[in-house]
Design a protein around this ligand. Structure first.
Ligand SMILES: Nc1nc2c(c(=O)[nH]1)N[C@H]1C(S)=C(S)[C@@H](COP(=O)(O)OP(=O)(O)OC[C@H]3O[C@@H](n4cnc5c(=O)[nH]c(N)nc54)[C@H](O)[C@@H]3O)O[C@H]1N2
Ligand SMILES: Nc1nc2c(c(=O)[nH]1)N[C@H]1C(S)=C(S)[C@@H](COP(=O)(O)OP(=O)(O)OC[C@H]3O[C@@H](n4cnc5c(=O)[nH]c(N)nc54)[C@H](O)[C@@H]3O)O[C@H]1N2
Ligand code: SF4
Ligand SMILES: [Mo]
Length: 685
């Protein structure tokens, strides 16, 4: 009997919770992976998905060696090759692309498969390598950039209150946020507040499993929340409940913003949102008289034409009420901006030979089919599955099918995107490589120690690019930095919130709370804007061609009456309970539990189409279609259809929800508009 070893690590997935985990290793094999009971946020629990991590790591479809395409693009037929052959071919093809079209013809396309600061999006492994070649830049705007940019216009930062402080709130508003599915560890803090008498309100077009648990649920038409926010302020100001001291000392442009608020009486917002005016008044009154009020507004809220503006306006609510100065008050979106690692030192964008263009993650189809400045000739997909996750699936497929495009995919599983690769490189999973992680919903930093050797011939992202740099004969020394050296560089920002946090300590303790002041009231005294105040009137916005003051921006497709005649239903496709984006979409048990792609419809909308629960249907618009099973339920408001992201196209008849989503930007940050999509639902014969 070998001895058991416990190795501390962290979940790398794109989830606010950034769980700390413990891997039990026996005879060199990982036999158990559990939540770390000592972590103040994780407290021993993982989730439905990651509880199956080790089973997933050993799944028969795991990619264990390099492969070269033998079938047509999209077909998914490959032959096994050696790492030497793979690196030789990639080095030769890249060299040719640079020579013939310049470095910018290479697009390194990093996704959110891991958010690690070494192996994931936080470190973008290979970035130094691509910078040295002068490759195009990549804007990973697919998830949160619209809201982040909106918050930055108002507050100077997208990082809000510590979600743990929700425990101190007396009123909690979950706005476009479904944490019982998308990051359940915050629920403990919400329940703690409720035990002390706090009320919980959910604002979501769908009565989700989270909204179901709330004391009150408002269901707006998707993308209309900006009008609701202004109307709540209208009620608050109508009662004279604004915090004049906070407004005078800590905000800019209040007088003008007040005029804007006056333009949004509850009746007007009721018309726009479809929420009864009485409900808007009641919630406005409740916010007016409840200190502290905490608003947890997350990513679901900003996937529409005015998503950036919505978050910008909501940041203003906590300034009008003065909640930013109170523990348990304010707005919580992401905590990423509080993690003051020196990411620039890892990215090394200074290695670029000159200025380069930046390509948008959310517009892959356009990038591959419509850019000729120069055209993209080589695409590296790293921890992303754009065929499943990116808008306008048919356009993305058309781009990836280009015969003159050289595509390399670093992957763990044979995704819908892998099917288009010329070369596939096998990637390690988190318990097989080193990384540094946080979570965008708490204030801890973690070290992830590898528990076992990589499966098969898998390599980490950093090691893959060290080898590729060597194969291409690149001399830049930093291309060969070890993972530990990168970790040290990250920790050397000199920011006081990292004081005392060393690699040694992280390794020993597994996780460490950031050295933030306690209690943590980041904006009680000052906002990191040019004026030091929360800026209702924003020069940053005006300078970028955006409204100087918050205003309502209507959703593009949802609010278009002509489109509504052709496609009467607004489709939202939020987080699936059983998948993490498209990760686990190939796990047999989780697929079974997901029930397969489905659409939820209000009884009136279902009846109008002759649909009943269990029927098969097709969701369509002019961009494409996907097949679903119908569920008739009053959890949906009339006029809205609900589905989830994450289903693999190849298991669903060749498409998923992104077949109908347009490749169109949000107002800010170049984000996608997943929840600003009009469709029709047709019975499948
Ligand atoms: N189980 C699971 N967890 C996940 C993920 C997953 O795929 N599965 N994904 C992870 C990722 S990448 C992210 S970014 C986060 C996202 O987590 P959330 O921020 O919770 O995002 P969503 O699930 O997209 O949307 C949340 C809710 O917003 C609602 N919604 C959509 N449009 C609007 C609107 O216009 N207004 C309002 N008020 N509500 C709206 C949706 O119906 C949905 O219930 O979750 C992470 N956690
Ligand atoms: N319709 C609709 N679409 C959506 C959304 C929505 O709400 N609705 N949400 C969007 C959001 S919030 C996001 S963040 C995006 C996510 O979109 P993507 O960033 O494309 O994420 P995934 O589809 O999960 O694909 C990540 C891939 O990375 C791989 N991977 C995981 N870990 C590693 C690793 O360590 N190394 C390597 N090389 N690969 C790894 C996984 O196997 C997986 O195939 O999807 C978006 N798509
Ligand atoms: S996906 Fe989220 S909740 Fe699940 S283990 Fe990872 S960090 Fe924790
Ligand atoms: Mo995301």
């Amino acid at each position: 009997m070998g001895t058991e070893l416990k190795v501390l690590g962290a979940c790398p997935l794109d989830c606010p919770d950034g769980c700390s985990w413990v891997v039990t290793v026996k005879d060199g094999k990982a036999v158990r992976l559990r939540g770390n009971p000592d972590h103040p946020y994780t407290r021993g629990a993982l989730c439905t998905k990651v509880n199956r991590w080790l089973e997933h790591a050993e799944a028969p479809d795991r990619i264990l060696h390099p492969m070269r395409r033998v079938g047509a693009k999209g077909e998914g037929r490959f032959e096994r090759i050696s790492w030497d052959e793979a690196l030789d071919e990639i080095a030769a093809r890249l060299g040719r692309v640079v020579e013939e079209h310049g470095g910018e013809a290479i697009w390194p396309y990093w996704g959110t498969g891991t958010l690690g600061f070494i192996q994931g999006l936080g470190g973008t492994p290979g970035r130094r390598f691509f910078n040295t070649l002068g490759a195009s830049g990549h804007a990973p705007n697919i998830c949160s950039w619209a809201g982040s940019e909106g918050l930055k216009q108002a507050m100077g930062s997208s990082a809000g209150m510590d979600p743990e402080d929700l425990a101190h709130a007396k009123l909690i508003i979950l706005w476009g946020s479904n944490p019982l599915t998308s990051g359940h560890h915050v629920w403990k803090f919400i329940q703690e507040a409720r035990r002390s008498g706090a009320r919980l309100v959910a604002i979501d077009p769908v009565r989700t499993r989270t909204a179901q648990q709330a004391d009150e649920h408002l269901a707006p038409l998707p993308g209309t929340d900006g009008a609701l926010a202004l109307a709540l302020l209208n009620v608050i100001v109508g009662l004279g409940a604004q915090d004049e001291d906070f407004l005078a000392q800590h905000t800019l442009g209040w007088e003008e913003f007040r005029d804007r608020i006056a333009e949004f009486p509850p009746d007007r917002a009721a018309e726009i949102t479809g929420i009864p005016a009485e409900s808007i008044v009641a919630l406005g009154e409740r916010v007016a008289r409840t200190r502290p009020t905490a608003i947890r507004a997350t990513m679901g809220l900003q996937r529409n034409a005015g998503g950036g503006m919505t978050l910008r306006t909501i940041a203003g609510i906590a300034a009008v009420t003065g909640d930013w100065a109170l523990r348990g008050g304010g707005v919580s979106y992401s905590t990423s901006g509080h993690v003051k690692l020196d990411q620039a030192a890892v990215f090394r964008d200074d290695l670029r030979p000159g200025p380069v263009r930046t390509l948008s993650m959310s517009r892959l189809g356009e990038g591959l089919l419509e850019r000729d400045d120069p055209p993209v000739k080589a695409l590296f997909v790293i921890a992303a599955n754009p065929v499943g996750s990116t808008p306008h699936q048919n356009k993305v497929r058309e781009g990836l099918a280009r015969e003159d495009l050289f595509t390399v995919v670093l992957e763990q599983f044979p995704t819908d995107t892998v099917d288009y690769a010329d070369i596939v490189l096998p990637a390690t999973m988190q318990h097989e490589h080193k990384d540094m992680n946080s979570g965008y919903g708490h204030l801890y930093l973690a070290w992830n120690e590898p528990a076992v050797e990589p499966a098969g011939e898998c390599l980490s992202g950093t090691e893959t690019f060290r080898r590729l740099a060597h194969r291409m004969g690149l001399a830049e020394p930093s291309l060969y930095d070890s993972d530990e050296q990168i970790a040290e560089q990250l920790l050397s920002s000199g920011h006081p919130w990292l004081d005392g946090i060393t690699l040694d300590r992280l390794r020993k303790e597994g996780f460490v709370r950031l050295n933030v002041p306690e209690p943590f009231l980041p904006y009680a005294e000052e906002f990191p804007t040019p004026s030091g105040r929360l800026e209702f009137r924003s020069q940053r916005a005006a300078g970028g061609g955006h409204p100087a003051l918050p205003d309502y921006i209507a959703p593009f497709e949802v609010a278009d009456p002509e489109r509504a005649r052709r496609y009467p239903l607004a489709l939202v496709s939020g987080a699936s309970h059983t998948f993490l984006n498209t990760i686990f979409g190939n796990n047999a048990e989780l697929r079974r539990r997901s029930g397969g792609p489905a659409v939820q419809l209000h009884p009136d909308d279902a009846a109008a189409r002759g649909l009943t629960t269990g029927d098969r249907a097709r969701i369509v618009n002019e961009r494409g279609s996907f097949e679903v099973t119908v569920e008739v339920t009053d959890r949906l408001r009339p006029g809205v259809a609900g589905t989830t992201k994450g289903h693999w196209a190849k298991f669903g008849g060749g498409s998923n929800a992104n077949a109908v989503v347009d490749e169109r930007d949000t107002d800010l940050g170049g984000g996608p508009v997943f929840h600003d999509t009009r469709v029709e639902v047709e019975p499948l014969a």
